[in-house]
Ligand binder design. Structure first.
Ligand code: SF4
Ligand code: SF4
Length: 155
């Protein structure tokens, strides 16, 4: 699954290869329930998630550009067009996540640490809406639904 990605490092099979991941995809990965833009997208998403589960300490480079998930997405062209509405909207989701996590573009951290961090830093309903508010998958996304429930039960 890594052939087309911009990863660095020596060996994806040892869990040491650094995987480039859009910051907001830290949320999407946790919410994935098998829905997606195409069969190829879903298969790749499953492969990425399986890999991260197998290697929870795999380093992730957090970015606001196309990543290992985007490489199999039929929307990739639109999402990479510099000035398209879609690319700006999606990139903004990454930037919001980075701001909330207080990290910079290109920060590298272990996958399990990144998930812990995002689940603790996106702590209220407005944070979740800021990231996911325009996403069409909200009603199918486990992470979104669980985080919203958690926030609502806190109030
Ligand atoms: S609602 Fe959309 S953007 Fe938010 S985590 Fe789920 S799939 Fe990602
Ligand atoms: S919609 Fe855009 S950001 Fe999301 S996976 Fe597809 S190419 Fe990547």
């Amino acid at each position: 699954m890594f052939e087309k990605s911009n990863t660095s490092g020596s060996d994806s099979k040892t869990g040491s290869e650094c995987l480039k991941i859009r910051a907001h995809h830290l949320c999407c990965i946790q919410g994935f329930q098998g829905y997606g833009y195409s069969q190829g997208f879903v298969a790749n998403m499953r492969a990425v998630i399986s890999d991260i589960k197998a290697f929870p300490s795999r380093p992730l480079e957090l970015v606001s550009e196309c990543d290992v998930i985007c490489t199999s997405c039929p929307n990739q062209r639109e999402c990479t067009a510099q000035q398209s509405i879609a690319s700006r909207r999606i990139r903004n989701m990454d930037l919001v996540v980075m701001e909330k996590l207080k990290i910079k573009e290109g920060t590298v951290m272990k996958a399990d640490e990144a998930f812990r961090l995002i689940n603790s830093q996106l702590a209220n309903a407005s944070d979740i809406e800021e990231v996911c508010g325009t996403c069409k998958w909200r009603q199918k996304c486990l992470w979104y639904m669980q985080m919203k429930d958690k926030c609502e039960n806190k109030t």
